[in-house]
Design a protein. Structure first.
Length: 157
C-alpha cells in the first residue's frame, strides 16, 4: 500500500485550514482548535512548513504563521515533499535515495519510473486551493455541538 504519513496528512489539513481565509495569521493553538490536532503536533508541522518556505513566520504579540503564497500557487506535491521527502514508489526510481540490490538485472527496470512520474504529476496538478474548495469549513471545537442550539431555542437571525 502506498500511504502518506500522518504528519503529511496533518500538514495538508493545516495548510488547507490556513488557506480558507486569505492572509490569515494563525498560531498552533488556533490550528489545534480548528483541526483537532494537538498543539505540539501543529507547532512541529508549522515550523517545518515555515523552514521550507511554504509559510511565513510572524513574530510579536499578534504573530503566528500565514501562507507564503496564494493557495493556487502551492501544489500538494510541495507539501508532501517537505514532510515526506521525495515521492518514490520503489528504490529504483530516479528520485529515490535508496539503492536496489537487483537493479542491474531487474525486468521492471525503468517501468516503475512511469508510475512514479504519474503519481508526482498528479500531486503537482492539485493545488491547495483545489483541496479547500471541496471541503466545507469545519466549526472550531469550542463551537461544535452548539450548531443546533439556535434552532432548539427558536432563535432567528
Amino acid at each position: 500500500m502506498i500511504k502518506l504519513s500522518k504528519m503529511t496528512d496533518y500538514g495538508v489539513v493545516i495548510m488547507s485550514e490556513m488557506a480558507r481565509i486569505e492572509g490569515r495569521v494563525m498560531t498552533a493553538p488556533d490550528l489545534s482548535l480548528y483541526t483537532g490536532l494537538k498543539v505540539p503536533t501543529a507547532a512541529k508541522i508549522l515550523r517545518l512548513l515555515a523552514k521550507n518556505d511554504l509559510l511565513v513566520s510572524i513574530r510579536g504579540a499578534h504573530g503566528g504563521y500565514r501562507l507564503d503564497r496564494e493557495p493556487s500557487k502551492i501544489s500538494i506535491a510541495e507539501i508532501v515533499r517537505v514532510l515526506e521527502g521525495p515521492v518514490a514508489v520503489t528504490s529504483c526510481v530516479d528520485t529515490s535515495h535508496d539503492d536496489c540490490s537487483v537493479e542491474e538485472c531487474c525486468p521492471m527496470r525503468g517501468g516503475w519510473e512511469k508510475i512514479n512520474t504519474a503519481i508526482n504529476a498528479a500531486m503537482e496538478e492539485v493545488t491547495l486551493a483545489d483541496m479547500t474548495s471541496v471541503t466545507p469549513a469545519p466549526l472550531p471545537k469550542s463551537a461544535r455541538g452548539t450548531e443546533n442550539l439556535t434552532t432548539s431555542l427558536n432563535i432567528t437571525e
